[in-house]
Design a protein around this ligand. Structure first.
Ligand code: C5P
Length: 220
């Protein structure tokens, strides 16, 4: 089975305020996108890595990915789902790992689990249990939810390519936040494998600081 990784990096990083989008900002001296691309391309099960970037991000991406043997980036769209679909149109493979550039540290063991699971289901996603109390967001604190009944869903998300393309073509329920939502709506079977806290998404300045600290600790 040939596996291509698709890294969506077309976001504008608006939650972090102006300046360079978060996927092009450095952690430990290396852009977030480059960490993500290197983690995927060095996995022996991944044949190619296709990056999707935003309008006007060509120079940032070229600098971030300099020296890596990758095809030219594809241009994404307004929503993450638009960027994913632009990438899905550009690749050829039996299976795809769709990954957020904003998750720079991807353990090889997670990729192993995802690819192995594709033998048994249409898709597989990494999940983690929830350790905080979860409550409904209302003007006052709303009712708590049963945290043992929910999980956090990360990326990379692994799918057989053609079924995922068909699932996106059939999607009509607004803006999805990930592929598992689209795939399940189309009736695909999506398995959950163990995720990893290292895969948590970088969203805020505090996330950048935590990632720097984590990296410093890992290197000593
Ligand atoms: O904004 P969010 O953190 O959900 O974005 C997740 C990933 O999707 C990021 O890597 C971001 O660059 C990417 N994205 C994209 N195209 C968009 C919006 C987000 O590729 N239009």
């Amino acid at each position: 089975m040939t596996v291509t990784a698709l890294i969506v990096a077309a976001g504008r990083g608006e939650r972090l305020g102006g300046g360079v989008p978060k996927q092009y900002r450095p952690i430990g001296g290396k852009p977030v996108l480059r960490w993500a691309a290197e983690a995927l391309i060095r996995h022996p099960g991944v044949r190619q890595v296709q990056v999707v970037i935003g309008e006007g991000q060509g120079e940032l991406a070229a600098a971030a990915l300099r020296g890596l043997d990758l095809p030219a980036p594809v241009t994404g769209g307004v929503e993450r789902a638009d960027s994913v679909q632009a990438g899905l149109r550009a690749i050829e493979a039996d299976a795809v790992l769709v990954h957020d550039a904003a998750r720079p540290f991807c353990p090889a063991a997670v990729i192993d689990r995802l690819i192995a699971q594709l033998e048994f289901s249409d898709g597989a996603v990494p999940v983690l249990p929830v350790s905080d109390t979860i409550a409904r967001a209302e003007s006052e604190l709303g009712d708590p939810l049963d945290r043992t009944a929910v999980v956090r869903v990360q990326t990379p998300q692994a799918f057989r390519l053609d079924p995922l393309r068909r699932a996106y073509a059939a999607w009509h329920s607004g803006v999805p936040t990930d592929e598992s939502s689209v795939a399940r709506a189309a009736g695909l079977r999506v398995a959950a494998v163990a995720g990893d806290p290292a895969l948590d998404k970088i969203t805020t300045d505090a996330d950048f600081q935590r990632a720097e600290q984590w990296l410093a600790g890992r290197l000593v």
